[in-house]
Design a protein around this ligand. Structure first.
Ligand SMILES: Cc1cc2nc3c(=O)[nH]c(=O)nc-3n(C[C@H](O)[C@H](O)[C@H](O)COP(=O)(O)O)c2cc1C
Ligand SMILES: Nc1ncnc2c1ncn2[C@@H]1O[C@H](COP(=O)(O)OP(=O)(O)OP(=O)(O)O)[C@@H](O)[C@H]1O
Length: 281
């Protein structure tokens, strides 16, 4: 299986440890719950893309049969027919939408697209099918990770299920080291300077990746994996510039002319430090 093989062959000891720990969490969850009672919350972002391939590896190792040796090249397309939920909204980036649907098809995910808010969508899901545990790509540093562990029951007031967070303790560097080591396909926005992706209304390329091409004297954004300081991951997750943004649609610096609009305007920003994370405000 290509992911497990790449990890076994890697010299990156920290990444190997992070991988083994995440696989242990996945295998524990797959032993605790029936496969049809678990779901994967997938939104095409880098963290859930990492989790997808960990789930493929964990599932493969869970069901591994001697006739499918681990390093058989045919195992590059190991499917993982896990129930998958995707909350799609009109403000989702089209690149995220297409990547999510294409990836689900490639890896045989049993995907259900939900067009409700998280809480109502999960209530409907649990009514429709017994669901005991949901895998999430939440990481420490995400604002909603506060107080969570690898296994955390859903919050009071939310429908009851176990949140399983196999990559909770992964850093920004770990995520990209895994993606690059395993040659995993990811959403194209990350090659355009986006480092964490919310909606089209609150996400712009990360200005810490903006650089100048001396030959053309034009600014451009380097890919997300070149962000040196992972604490700046969410620097492109701007607050909505209300009320103008809500009237005028996506934030001004989003889209193909984003670099030019950075050049032609003076932007100001303030920064709040919470723990070891820096949040734009
Ligand atoms: C499958 C799933 C389960 C969630 N469970 C909870 C929960 O138990 N408690 C809670 O406060 N939020 C829950 N949320 C909401 C998330 O904490 C968070 O608000 C959401 O993922 C948006 O994150 P973002 O702002 O980084 O995009 C859940 C979201 C998903 C997709
Ligand atoms: N719209 C959604 N549909 C399904 N799952 C979601 C959605 N939004 C968030 N999640 C779940 O919450 C996790 C954390 O979301 P978060 O936005 O922090 O990470 P990401 O989208 O994977 O990566 P990035 O930080 O680069 O956007 C996701 O990995 C996914 O499991």
């Amino acid at each position: 299986m290509e992911i497990d093989k790449a990890m076994r062959e890697s010299d990156d000891q920290r990444l190997k440890t992070m991988y083994n720990n995440a696989i242990n969490v996945i295998q524990r969850a797959l032993s605790l719950y029936k496969f049809e009672e678990v779901a994967f919350s997938f939104n095409g972002g880098k963290d859930s893309t990492v989790l997808l391939h960990l789930l493929r590896a964990g599932y493969f190792l869970h069901i591994e049969k001697p006739e499918y040796p681990n390093d058989n090249p045919a195992n590059c397309n190991v499917k993982c027919p896990i129930r998958t939920i995707y909350f799609e909204t009109p403000s989702t980036f089209p690149e995220i939408n297409s990547f999510t649907h294409e990836t689900a098809t490639t890896y045989g995910l049993q995907m259900e697209t939900i067009r409700l808010d998280f809480k109502s969508g999960l209530e409907a899901l649990l009514k429709e099918k017994p669901t005991k545990a949901i895998f999430l790509g939440t990481r420490i540093g995400d604002p909603n990770a506060v107080g969570q562990e690898q296994f955390s029951p859903s919050s009071p007031g939310w429908p009851p299920f176990m949140r399983v967070n196999p990559i909770l303790d992964w850093s920004y560097r770990d995520v990209w080291a895994f993606i690059l080591t395993c040659k995993i396909q990811y959403c194209s926005l990350y090659d355009k300077g986006y480092t964490s992706i919310g909606s089209i209304y609150d996400t712009v390329p990360n200005s810490f990746l903006c650089t100048n091409d001396s030959s053309s004297n034009k600014d451009y954004f380097k890919p997300a994996y070149l962000l040196a300081d992972g604490r700046l991951e969410r620097a492109g997750r701007a607050k909505r510039y209300s009320p103008l943004a809500s009237e005028g649609g996506p934030v001004a610096s989003n889209g193909p002319n984003s670099v030019e609009s950075h050049q032609n305007s003076t932007l100001t920003a303030s920064v709040i430090t919470v723990g070891d994370e820096i949040l734009p405000s």
